[in-house]
Design a protein around this ligand. Structure first.
Ligand SMILES: [Zn+2]
Length: 99
């Protein structure tokens, strides 16, 4: 449940993605470096995502928190990207093996 009315920065947490304030129990802490490294690995399709991450990292109060909804949708999207990438690599390998 987003706490929109009168957020208290000392008590509430700011979500990296949806830019809303939450109670600390309504999300999970996110390490700063890991999402950035993952985004760097997928550089071309995710350039805007990296810029957003870097901006989020520069403001100290917006680091290290993501609400439950954003985290689950991010995980779902990351999984889909990985499946697409693996299928692409496998199809190239099969094509090279057959010619
Ligand atoms: Zn969120």
């Amino acid at each position: 449940m987003p706490s929109i009315a009168m957020p208290d920065p000392t008590r509430h947490k700011y979500c990296l993605r949806c830019k809303k304030w939450y109670e600390p129990k309504d999300g999970i802490p996110v390490p700063r470096a890991v999402p950035l490294l993952f985004a760097m690995f997928l550089l071309p399709p995710l350039a805007h995502f990296i810029v957003k991450k870097v901006k989020a990292m520069l403001s100290p109060e917006s680091c290290l928190f993501m609400c439950n909804e954003c985290y689950s949708s991010k995980r779902r999207r990351d999984n889909i990207l990985w499946v697409i990438m693996v299928l692409f690599i496998v199809s190239i390998a099969v094509y090279l093996a057959l010619i």
